[in-house]
Structure formats: C-alpha cells, structure tokens
Design a protein. Structure first.
Length: 70
C-alpha cells in the first residue's frame, strides 16, 4: 500500500476525532477511541508538534491523559 495513502488516512482520522472532541459532542466511546489512537501512535506532548493533527487532538481532550498514554 502506498505510504501517501496511509498518511492521508492517518491525518483524516486524527482530524475527524479532533472535530468530534472540539464540538463537545464526542461520546464516551469516541473519546476512548481518541485516547487509543493517541496511545497507538505513541503520542506525548513533548514529541508532537502543536500544529499536527495528533497534537491538536491531544490538547483538546476534556481530561488529563498523560498517565494513560505514556
């Protein structure tokens, strides 16, 4: 599979999760998916740039997850 396609899918997933979280309409299940997505991508605030989709998603979750994803 083309890496470009995987990159696009990854970004689209992060952006979609971010939109759900930012809207305040994310269900508990969607928040759980967002946390798992971040964990699966080894997301930590110190390695994600603020302007990346993962960084935006990590910052917008309505609870502290640093202990859960490290």
């Amino acid at each position: 599979m083309d890496k470009t396609i995987l990159d696009l899918l990854h970004d689209a997933t992060a952006r979609d999760l971010l939109m759900r979280v930012q809207s305040g309409e994310a269900t508990a299940s969607e928040l759980s998916v967002a946390v798992k997505f971040l964990k699966d991508n080894n997301a930590t605030l110190d390695v994600i740039t603020a302007e990346s989709p993962l960084g935006n998603l990590l910052e917008k979750l309505p609870f502290e997850i640093s202990d859960k994803i490290q």
